[in-house]
Design a protein around this ligand. Structure first.
Ligand SMILES: [Zn+2]
Ligand SMILES: [Zn+2]
Length: 158
C-alpha cells in the first residue's frame, strides 16, 4: 500500500507543531493532521469522510478551510495531479519528493526526488524567472492494473 516510509510514520506532536506556528491547536486541526499523516494524498472530501466519525460536528466546508489554513502555514503540502479535479494534501513536507500515479486506477505513491533538492531539473530557458521547484508527476501503470490487464487479454483470446 502507499504508506510513507517508517521514518515518516513516527508520532508527531501536532498540538506542539500547531502552537509553534502560532495557531490554535483545535481538536479539528489536530484530527485532520493526524488523518492526513496516515492517509497521504487524500483530498478534502476523503478527509471529511475519514474524520467525521470522530468529529461529529465537522462539515465538509470546515475541512476545506482547515486544509487551506494548514497548507497556507506550510504544515501540509497541497498537490494537484492530472486527472484529479480536487487538490490532495499530505504531511510529508520536509523534502522535495515527487509522485507516481497509475493512469488506470489513479493510485498515488511517493518517490524520492531524483536529485535530492528542488528543482531537480532545470528548464532549458527560465524565461527570466527564478525557478523554485519542478512539479513532477511520473505516470505509469501499477502492478495490480497490469495483472488485471494481462488476465483480461488472456480471456479475450478464448
Ligand atoms: Zn493501478
Ligand atoms: Zn507525497
Amino acid at each position: 500500500m502507499s504508506q510513507p516510509p517508517a521514518d515518516h510514520s513516527c508520532d508527531h506532536d501536532w498540538v506542539q507543531i500547531l502552537r509553534d506556528k502560532g495557531l490554535r491547536a483545535t481538536v479539528q486541526r489536530v484530527t485532520v493532521l493526524d488523518y492526513l499523516h496516515h492517509h497521504p494524498h487524500a483530498d478534502a472530501e476523503t478527509v471529511f469522510q475519514g474524520v467525521r466519525s470522530s468529529l461529529s460536528t465537522i462539515s465538509l466546508q470546515a475541512v476545506h478551510l482547515i486544509v487551506q489554513d494548514l497548507s497556507g502555514e506550510g504544515l501540509i503540502r497541497r498537490i494537484s495531479l492530472p486527472d484529479s479535479a480536487s487538490a490532495r494534501y499530505e504531511t510529508r513536507i520536509e523534502d522535495n519528493h515527487h509522485h507516481i500515479q497509475c493512469i488506470r486506477c489513479g493510485r498515488i505513491e511517493d518517490v524520492d526526488c531524483v536529485v535530492g533538492h528542488a528543482p531537480c531539473i532545470e528548464p532549458s530557458d527560465t524565461r527570466g524567472m527564478r525557478i523554485v521547484e519542478a512539479s513532477i508527476v511520473f505516470r505509469g501503470i501499477c502492478r495490480d492494473c497490469e495483472s488485471v490487464a494481462s488476465k483480461g487479454m488472456k480471456n479475450d483470446d478464448r
